[in-house]
Write a protein that binds this ligand. Structure first.
Ligand code: GLY
Length: 389
């Protein structure tokens, strides 16, 4: 059997796994990534909104801190990635406008605004007229808005392609194969066997396999909590130059209880997302899913019906039991988690790369990651204190 040895083996080459690999290689460690199609995970479907403030939910303050740290890091991350890879990431510092359509939506948005104020976050309340002044395509029925100048966007597909190129340049070995099983010797993760039969050994193994992370054969019971697939369907339209600028920033809203967002890219693509469905590993695009997205988007911005429809798609968000990511060392020595990012995979890519690479290179995990250790789900939390700094 062919055997390859590196300091670090990353199982899963979505943008999280690739960012970890890239940052780790930059710290001088040898890295291999196992993935049949690197750069093509859930980010292929994501709209790429970088919106920790507008997507804030009660009880998720640690996630807000992590998201804001990653958002603050994004411009530099994207610039470095673009320079190294020679490819655009589609990063756009455009801000986000959340709007309300009826009085219930308005009450919900006002609650979010009050929560922002209590936390000292930067957001501005707008009347319907002020919101329409920012985005003239909004329906006359819009009742109010919340402008968050620092919630931006990036193109997940472009980030994936740029990370593949950056990893290659940094000497990361991208292995076009799936991990068939994790190898564990003397109660320690020691690598993985690929479905090609090749064996990879490493001092540390990073599990970054999205919604299939907990299904990796060989993973001992209880080491990783379940990471369930949460389906999201999206629709992509194109804004012909004659209609540009159709929207100048991300727009989101709750329409009769359904969350919807429109992300206008600089290249003319307009992504409308996303459904939230718990249906296992099904990625069928359904007439109902597309209908709901277009119906709600039309209520918000009637002019969308003039735009060419270019693509529909569905992907799987990896959701942990508390919907927050799983980061850092696990109860199995040698195995490090970088998964469970749920709705925030694109947003959390830079910070996940930084935190996990720091742990792999030094054995110390920055405090920012403390709330996201897998030990929060175990009855006997171990190792948390030893590795935090
Ligand atoms: N972050 C947006 C979504 O998951 O739909």
């Amino acid at each position: 059997m062919v055997r390859t040895e590196t300091d670090v083996l990353v199982v899963g080459g979505g943008i999280i796994g690739l960012a970890v690999a890239w940052q780790t290689a930059q710290r001088g460690l040898s890295v291999a990534v196992l993935d049949p199609d690197p750069g093509h995970g859930a980010a292929q479907v994501a709209a790429g909104m970088l919106a920790p403030v507008t997507e804030l939910q009660y009880g998720e303050e640690p996630l807000l801190r992590l998201g804001m740290a990653s958002n603050a890091r994004y411009a530099a991350f994207a610039a470095e990635l673009e320079e190294v890879s020679g490819l655009s990431t589609g990063y756009r510092a455009c801000g986000t406008l959340a709007v309300a359509l009826d009085s219930d939506d308005r009450a919900e948005l006002l609650e979010l605004y009050a929560f922002h104020q209590r936390l000292g976050l930067d957001s501005t309340w707008l009347t319907g007229r002020e919101a329409r002044r920012l985005e003239p395509m909004l329906a006359p029925s819009v009742r109010g808005g919340l402008h968050v100048a620092e919630d931006h966007q990036v193109d997940g597909r472009r980030v994936g392609a740029a990370l593949v190129a950056a990893c290659r340049r940094a000497g990361v070995r991208l292995v076009p194969a799936a991990a068939a099983r994790l190898t564990v010797r003397s109660d320690r993760a020691t690598g993985a066997v690929a479905d090609s039969g090749e064996e990879f050994t490493a001092d540390q193994v990073v599990l970054a396999a999205g919604s299939r992370s907990h299904l990796l054969p060989g993973l001992p019971d209880g080491v990783l909590p379940p990471v369930r697939p949460v389906k999201g369907q999206v629709v992509r339209l194109r804004v012909p130059p004659v209609y540009a600028p159709f929207l100048s920033r991300n727009v989101r809203a709750v329409v009769r209880g359904c969350h919807i967002y429109l992300v206008p890219r600089e290249d003319g693509e307009l992504v409308i997302g996303a459904t939230t469905e718990e249906l296992g590993y099904d990625t069928t695009v359904t007439a109902g899913g597309v209908y709901e997205l277009l119906r709600d988007a039309h209520e918000l911005i009637p002019g969308i019906t003039e735009l060419p429809l270019v693509e529909t798609g569905a992907g799987l968000r990896p959701g942990s039991p508390d919907n927050a990511p799983l980061l850092g060392p696990t109860a199995l020595p040698g195995l490090v988690a970088a998964t469970g990012h749920h709705r925030n995979g694109v947003l959390l890519t830079p910070v996940t790369g930084d935190l996990i690479a720091e742990y792999l290179a030094t054995g110390r995990l920055p405090e920012l990651a403390a709330p996201f250790l897998t030990s929060r789900f175990s009855r006997t939390p171990t190792l948390a204190q030893e590795v935090l700094r």
